[in-house]
Every structure is written in structure tokens, then in C-alpha cells.
Design a protein around this ligand. Sequence first.
Ligand SMILES: NC(=O)c1ccc[n+]([C@@H]2O[C@H](COP(=O)([O-])OP(=O)(O)OC[C@H]3O[C@@H](n4cnc5c(N)ncnc54)[C@H](OP(=O)(O)O)[C@@H]3O)[C@@H](O)[C@H]2O)c1
Length: 228
Amino acid sequence: MPSAIIVGASTGIGLALAGRLVAAGWTVTGLARSAAGLEHAQYRHVVADVRAASYRDVLAAASEPLPDLCVYCTGIGHELDFAQPTRESDVFATNLVGAVITAEVIVPRMVAARAGHFIGLSSQADRIIDRDAPSYAASKAGMSSYLEGLALACRAHGVAVTNVRFGFVDTAMAKAPGPKPFMISADRAAQIIERCIRRRPIRKTYPLRMAAVLWLVRWGTRIRIWAS
Ligand SMILES: NC(=O)c1ccc[n+]([C@@H]2O[C@H](COP(=O)([O-])OP(=O)(O)OC[C@H]3O[C@@H](n4cnc5c(N)ncnc54)[C@H](OP(=O)(O)O)[C@@H]3O)[C@@H](O)[C@H]2O)c1
């Protein structure tokens, strides 16, 4: 029976993926700060905060024996608020540093076993410069670059690393007001991740129509920066 660990499994895409994997016969360990969002004989939940000093040890224990798959679904995003400056570093600690610590704990053991798959949920926001939520876009830029570099390093060792870049997904994270073109459901996002588990690409961008919109946004921002 294949096994997976999902970090950020209490809600949203991580929860939808956990549900799909147990239904397909996987055993799944989920981590999050909240209690389990799923009850199933093949699901085990561990309460953990990726920003806590204990996270590395908690993850090491939770990932024993080494699972076939690790998916980092944890993420937060905040609009820039000068009255709450530390929220900016919280976003980097959760989205980027948490992902790197997770890879540090899991990937070397996969390399030693010459088997395994590490998936990180970055975002199509990784290519934009965002005045409303600069920490979110920048943390995802770092995450995408890290995951794809790691993927190239791991290939020769029989380990796959995949950078998943969604546009808008209908979860708590996408509840801020404003247009959300081409938004997909959390279950559709989980389906796309399942396809990545089978095909093991280095990068998966979905939907591509959203990437075209963001390409235009990127050029608009570049022109504004050049003109400044
Ligand atoms: N929704 C979108 O439009 C969208 C688009 C592109 C990419 N993504 C990415 O997809 C990933 C999943 O997001 P989602 O949309 O499913 O949002 P979500 O429903 O808010 O899920 C986020 C998950 O991260 C966990 N989490 C947050 N902070 C944590 C911490 N310090 N320690 C441990 N777990 C923590 C949450 O659980 P607890 O709060 O219980 O800890 C939850 O399980 C994120 O990386 C996000 O950036 C989302």
C-alpha cells in the first residue's frame, strides 16, 4: 500500500488530496496546526506548526517509516499591512522556510533510498511583483526556484521533485474580495496533483489560461518599474 505525508492537510487542497489518496488505497499522515479534517482508517493526523522550533523533530517522527510521497500544501497569504509588520516574515517562514525544512527532513532520506517523490505547492504568483501582498509572491518565487533546483539535483538519485503552480483555487486562502479568473475547486486541484504523482514532472502549471493573464500583468508591472 503506498504511503504519503501531507503537510497542511487540515483544510483546502491538502485535505482534498488526503481524501482522494485514502480513497485510492494510500495510507496518509497529515500535519497541520488544527485537528484533522478527515476521519478514515488509513488516515493519521499529527498536530504541528511548521514555524515551531520542534517542527523538524515532529516531522522526522511522523515520517517514520519513510513515505513514498511528501506533499507540502502549507501556505498563508496576507495583504501588506504596515500596522502588522511581522506578518510579512510569517509568510516567508510558513511558505518558504517551512517547505525547505520539510525537504531537509525528507529528501536526503529519499535520496538514500533512491526512491520517492516530493511535491510542493507554489503558485503562479511566483512570477509577479505584487504591491498588495509582496510577501506572498516573493515567498512563492523563492519556493519555485528552490523546488526546481532541487528537482534537477535529485533526478540522478531516482527521486522526483515537482513544483505545482496553481492559479486561483476555491479555498479559505482565496476568500479575499476581487476577481478570481479561472478558479478551480480544491478537488480539481487534488486531481491535478494526483496526475503529477503518476507523471512526476518537475513543473506543473494549471490552468495555463491563468498563466497567460499573469504574463500580461507581469509586463504591466515591468513597464511601471522601468518608467519610474
Ligand atoms: N487557494 C489558492 O487560490 C491557491 C492558489 C495557488 C497556490 N495555492 C497554494 O496551495 C497551498 C494550499 O492552500 P489552500 O488554498 O489549500 O489554503 P488553506 O485551505 O488555507 O490550507 C492551508 C493549509 O496550511 C496549513 N497551515 C497554515 N499555516 C500552517 C503552519 N504554520 N503550520 C502547519 N500548517 C499550517 C493549514 O492548516 P492549519 O491552519 O490548521 O495549520 C491548512 O491545512 C498553499 O501553499 C497555497 O499558497 C493556493
